[in-house]
Design a protein around this ligand. Sequence first.
Ligand code: ASP
Length: 445
Amino acid sequence: MIKVVKFGGSSVANATQFAKVKQIVESDSDRKFIVTSACGKESKEDHKITDLLYLCQAHVRYGVSYDSILSLIKEKYYGIKKDLNLKVDLDREFENMEKLMTRDVSTDYLVSRGEYMTGLLLAEYLNADFVDAKDVISFRFDGEIDMERTKDLLLKHTKPGRKVVIPGFYGALPNGVIKVMTRGGSDITGSVIANVIDADVYENWTDVSGFLVADPKIVDHPLRIPRITYNELREMSYMGANVLHDDAVFPVSSKNIPINVRNTNEPDNPGTMIMNDCSEYDALEAPNFVTGIAGRKNFTIITLIKNHCSTEVGYLRKVLSVFEEFRISVESVPTTVDTTSVIVQSELVSECIYEIVARLREVIHPDDIRIDEHLALIAIVGRAMKHSPGISGRLLSEFGRHEINIRAINQSGDEMCIVVGVDNRDFEKAVRAIYTKFIAEVNEK
Ligand code: ASP
């Protein structure tokens, strides 16, 4: 078995967290490839090293002194080094970095130093080999990761049987220049490494025990989701449930490698297993009809009323072409015989709604146009809803029972997700009502 384990910023925020990481790594000899983020926040008031590095870069660029920011960064690394009695030559590392801190310093180089230095400390502490991400994670010039080359480089730079620590978040272009991924990119590094070495599992260690059925800010102590499919996860994260970087899914899902989201502060909790297909496990222990509930507020519905529009060939295309002209991404398009509603994020149309309406009048000649704002969308996601008659009926009657007015409904063809639109002010109440009926009451029995 080979496991790739990635530790997020809070898992390596200080010496105490480093010690937890060591325990986790040493408790399972399959945990051979260790990817680390840069030190994150120790407390709410603390700063993420990556944020400080971005700030440093801005100061360097505008010629403003960055000394106080750099000393916060140094304090963090020297503190961990001292607490854990490590020997890494941080003086030399910081000297090298400061030499390059002139006005034209590469932002990517500078901000990658967070993961780089955290990786150096962690490798020594875990008695593992340090492999610099610039030597193994290979970007093409178009910004995509070259998986074949990454695989070759990883084989070249690692010794069989040895544990390695690889900094996340960055790699290098073919000319050796350092390039970073988007924020939270260490998740992608872990996923890419899991792909190229054909890992059995990709463990993503963070500060939550996996995915929760609903947002804990809305529902008190929601249950953990033990297993979720990649498709369900996509729906949930699109609707705002974010634990993993979006781009971390494909490299592992394409090779059927499960992701296990775990909590460094609660290592005995099995967390959430994300798989292409959960049916083997579902046969042993049936999942809830609802795997998860996620949602977002602040959508706008633009409703076009026109007699017989549903029989007019090309009508929908013309409506959508107007949104395309304004480069507005459309969420969904519920239609009836004479009406077509277009749901979009309010912030995307806040500046141009009147222009859009004028253009729709020109292109469509509708009998009327209505705009309704303050809509929240709630996605009720569940692979077990498929082929289960009555679920949407029960779901909708729950809204009625709580006197929540439904303003839009949409169900995907694969029956895995029902999206219900309600007033912003009913959002939390609706999420709690669905959670109580479909999760709390069911699991109490
Ligand atoms: N350190 C980077 C960030 O803060 C990458 C990561 O943590 O995954 O975005």
